[in-house]
Design a protein around this ligand. Structure first.
Ligand code: KG4
Ligand code: ZN
Length: 355
């Protein structure tokens, strides 16, 4: 079964062809970072227009690289939500109309389900059930995953998502959008411990699996202000480079510690031994090192998607589409598409996979 996957929920156009027997045949991601750079964040209208420009070029290109022609496709999977409404509409309309023209099913996929199942695309995939730590720009959740579509929410952020905290803190430190990778690079040159930031929602008082990151961002803002007052400043009157590195290192250490300890607590609470990490922040090297060390010490297993499949991509959508298609008893072509900019993962129906 060959599935074309289309991802346009935010600022990446992702296209892929996945074959459920041969695996991922080809994929491409076009990032709009340069387009939104001067605005310091994603401009939704510009994002939609860019998807419209890229889709007709990238789809034939990825099909050609996969060695698959349109008539060989069995279904088209597109991201139906959550995400930016206009951006979602571009992928949904192109995906559904292409499927209609070919007379094959169009599958609307939940973006987070795509992320959640993406470690199954790796060479040594995890087995159900597992605990998933979903850490993206918009979400921070711990879920129990018992099968495709069987997701029980164990805990989530009460305010900012982990990626959002990285992005906002990066902005405070004068780094360009999107700040996560840049902040992490800065942190690698610094030392945690010179500053002391809180570890929100850890400690004896907190036995839940929820997160809160907005206080951490405030702690960074205060540290920056204090450091600006006390100096030293560089020749341009900016914060000294080593201070910025040390603030970044302490911020990253705090986020990593909270994510690691809550993930371990979730595994303990569920009596499970496999953790799957998905979403953009899963690319963070410090987080991976901390989770790996904790897992080694306790005989647990941590699985990540391939590095290039951590952030938004079409491969995870094509792959989730293939699993969904396999679970359907009959697959009547359905072309009435509607996007769902806000969509709770727990609303998804379980899928019964036929071998
Ligand atoms: O999953 P994703 O590509 O998009 C969403 O669905 O949100 O995640 C993007 C988020 C951004 O906040 C970005 O700054 C963050 O993931 N991110 C990172 C790293 N790479 C991406 N955060 C920390 N360290 C990284 N290496
Ligand atoms: Zn995402």
């Amino acid at each position: 079964m060959k599935i074309l996957g289309i991802e346009t929920s935010c600022d990446e156009t992702g296209i892929a062809v996945y074959d459920d027997e041969r695996g991922l045949l080809a994929h491409a991601v076009h990032s709009q970072i340069a387009l939104h750079d001067e605005y310091g964040g994603v401009v939704p209208e510009l994002a939609s227009r860019d998807h419209v420009r890229r889709l007709p070029v990238m789809i034939p290109d990825v099909l050609a690289r996969a060695g698959v022609n349109l008539q060989e496709l069995d279904a088209v999977a597109f991201t139906q939500g959550p995400g930016l409404a206009g951006a979602l509409m571009t992928g949904a309309s192109v995906g559904a109309s292409l499927a209609m023209a070919l007379g094959i099913p169009a599958l609307g996929i939940h973006h987070l389900e795509g992320h959640l199942l993406s470690p199954l695309l790796s060479a040594d995939p995890p087995q159900f059930p597992f605990v998933a730590l979903l850490v993206s720009g918009g979400h921070t959740q711990l879920m129990r995953v018992s099968g495709v579509g069987e997701y029980a929410l164990l805990g989530e952020t009460l305010d900012d998502a982990a990626g959002e905290a990285f992005d906002k803190t990066a902005k405070l430190l004068g780094l360009a959008y999107p700040g996560g990778p840049a902040l992490s690079a800065l942190a690698e040159q610094g030392h945690s411990g010179r500053f002391h930031f809180p570890r929100p929602k850890l400690g004896a008082k907190h036995d839940d699996l929820d997160f809160s990151f907005s206080g951490l961002k405030t702690a960074v803002a205060l540290a920056c202000r204090q450091a600006e007052e006390e100096g030293p400043l560089d020749e341009q009157g900016q914060l000294d480079e080593q201070i910025r590195r040390d603030i970044a290192a302490e911020f990253q250490a705090a986020v990593v510690e909270v994510l690691t300890r809550k993930s371990l607590a979730a595994l303990r609470a569920e009596g499970l031994s496999t953790l799957v990490v998905a979403g953009g922040v899963g690319a963070n090297r410090a987080l991976r090192a901390s989770l790996d060390a904790a897992a080694r010490a306790r005989g647990l297993r941590v699985c990540y998607p391939e590095m290039e499949l951590c952030t938004d991509n079409g491969a995870m959508i094509a792959h989730a589409g293939a699993l969904r298609l396999r679970a359907m008893h009959s697959t009547p072509p359905a072309y009435a598409f509607g996007v769902r900019p806000r969509w709770d993962l727990a609303e998804l129906a379980p899928a019964v996979i036929r071998e």
